[in-house]
Design a protein around this ligand. Sequence first.
Ligand SMILES: Cc1ncc(COP(=O)(O)O)c(C=O)c1O
Length: 292
Amino acid sequence: MDPAARYRALTNSSELPWLWVDGRITPADAPALRVDQGLLRGDGCFESGLVHDGTVRALDRHLDRLLTSVVALGLVAPAHRDALQTDLTSGLHSLLAATPGLAAREAIVRMTVTAQSRLIQLLPLTQRQLDRRQGLHLWTIPEPRGESLVHRHKTLGWTANAVWSRLHPAGHDPVFEGLWLDPGGQVLEGTTSSIFIVERQGPRTTVLTPALTRAILAGTSRARVIGSLRDHGLDVVETDLPFARLVQASEVFATSATLPVAPILTVDGRPLRGQPSSDGAEVYKLAERLVG
Ligand SMILES: Cc1ncc(COP(=O)(O)O)c(C=O)c1O
């Protein structure tokens, strides 16, 4: 596929017909953004959520993460947080109301905030995004990632995530996910997802995921999966997770708002080494049923 087509496939550039910019609904193909230093420099934050049955799934979690980030990164003064929340919520509702047929289809909502602009888009799910729900091949990104405040937020400085979602270490594969490790070989997260592993010892099943003490994004689906698996009685541990433990796991799965739960089929080209459960009951399917 030529690079431009590949870029379009990865970035969903064919948009649903309307977007909301700073209080106005406008056709998505009309010039709408003024020159914005935040957008030009990648100095802003965004959220991606799933529109399902006409509403945004886990909207409160997405709004809370976005507002927390823009205040934490100094883009918006704490005193303006509530006004921004009101603005985005009403913008979102008017955009959903202005878009016909949403109740019958899934879509992605993307909210972007810089110091100067607020933008809400509705985007179709690409075929690649739909295919990813069936399973992902995980590849370790060849450069480890160190600690940085920005990794805890969904910033517009998204180049590394975009590049490692595009450059496949073994050449090609539409359903791969880059895996970030830290310099000490601890699992951090996928380029667009949070990572869980399942360990089985006799009758005991433990689900593990990297703790938020690491510089990773506090995934909205990560929180929903942890909460619902625990409510279901499973042992879920947020901890340090060495890569060696991931490859030995019985099961690995990734979560994100758009997946929302997808099994990892191979790691660096090899199947997982752990024992699958004897009764074939997979934790990712349970998680999917609980949050999907
Ligand atoms: C780096 C990274 N980690 C984790 C996630 C999962 O976050 P969420 O579950 O809120 O979609 C994403 C989603 O885009 C991401 O980009």
